[in-house]
Design a protein around this ligand. Structure first.
Ligand SMILES: NC(=O)c1ccc[n+]([C@@H]2O[C@H](COP(=O)([O-])OP(=O)(O)OC[C@H]3O[C@@H](n4cnc5c(N)ncnc54)[C@H](O)[C@@H]3O)[C@@H](O)[C@H]2O)c1
Length: 274
């Protein structure tokens, strides 16, 4: 299969690019000529982006134009490119998350060969009702929006960044209804730390233990979304965290919606090492 990956120089993009190649897919990576990655506490964006260019085949600013000849070749497009900072202001969100997403989806809709778009959405679309979670240990099971399933799911965005992800989900749903392409939105937890206990006692300790998404599980979610049989009009929204003991997002729907896939890792295993 030929798979386009936007934001291929980013943290997830670099790893997904290599993973899909290792599975035998042809991958076309799209990113800025000077990638801008977000990183997170303890991991600078620059340290991520400086490794990124080997994973970029087509340099472009997707908020300006999408190279349609490259999209033409893709059976599936995984749209990761965005400003991933939950504190991003309106200017960044408008360009990199809203206009770029509109441009990518429009290009995919125009290409009959492109049958599926997989969108990197975020856990932030659904926990605006509990904004303290990022800074306190008040995160308790069941305090957040309980489930995402098929597309009738509730959203409570907690930031302009989250609003842009709600926009991406809604636009993808629209395109799937129009039968332009199948759409799968993956509401990613926090995928940046291979060992979440490095953040123990820090500001985001409780949030990370709940929202942790190991890299292996993250790649598993995307792989499962790629592997689903093509089914015109298909439209799926899933939550995507690891199988954390302290998870607050419901992932019980994941095997049903993603062909039997279920994440394997648990953040707590890093906190109980003897
Ligand atoms: N990593 C996480 O924990 C996490 C959690 C929830 C959602 N997400 C989403 O997953 C996606 C990937 O996350 P990441 O951590 O790899 O992000 P990242 O910041 O490391 O990478 C994003 C990439 O998108 C590129 N990009 C931004 N604007 C662009 C534009 N206009 N044109 C072309 N490329 C552009 C950047 O240069 C960068 O390489 C993002 O959409 C992010 O919002 C990530």
């Amino acid at each position: 299969m030929i798979i386009g990956v936007t934001g291929s120089a980013g943290f997830i993009g670099q790893n997904l690019y290599s993973h899909l190649r290792s599975l035998g897919h042809q991958v076309i990576g799209f990113d800025l000529s000077t990638p801008i990655c977000q990183g997170g506490p303890g991991i600078t964006g620059a340290s991520v982006s400086e490794k990124g260019m080997p994973f970029v085949d087509v340099t472009c600013d997707l908020s300006v134009a999408v190279p349609e000849t490259a999209i033409q070749e893709c059976d599936v497009v995984i749209h990761l490119a965005a400003n991933g900072n939950p504190s991003a202001g309106w200017g960044c969100v408008l360009d990199s998350n809203i206009i770029a997403t509109r441009n990518v989806f429009a290009a995919c809709a125009n290409e009959p060969n492109c049958k599926r778009v997989i969108f990197a959405s975020s856990n932030h679309v659904s926990h605006g009702s509990n904004c303290e979670v990022s800074t306190t240990s008040k995160l308790l099971p069941g305090t957040m929006s309980p489930s995402a399933s098929m597309v009738d799911t509730e959203t409570i965005p907690d930031s302009l960044y989250a609003v842009s992800k709600v926009f991406g989900e809604a636009l993808g749903v629209f395109h799937s209804r129009e039968k332009s392409f199948e759409f799968i939105a993956i509401r990613l937890g926090w995928c940046l730390y291979e060992d979440p206990s490095t953040q123990k006692g820090q500001q985001h300790d409780a949030y990370l233990r709940s929202m942790w998404l190991s890299l292996s599980d993250c790649l598993g979610y995307f792989q499962a979304a790629v592997n689903l049989p093509f089914n015109e009009g298909n439209c799926i929204v899933v939550n995507a965290v690891s199988n954390n003991t302290r998870k607050t997002m419901d992932i019980s729907h994941v095997p049903r919606l993603l062909g039997g896939f279920f994440p394997k890792d648990d953040s707590e295993s890093f906190f109980h090492v003897k």
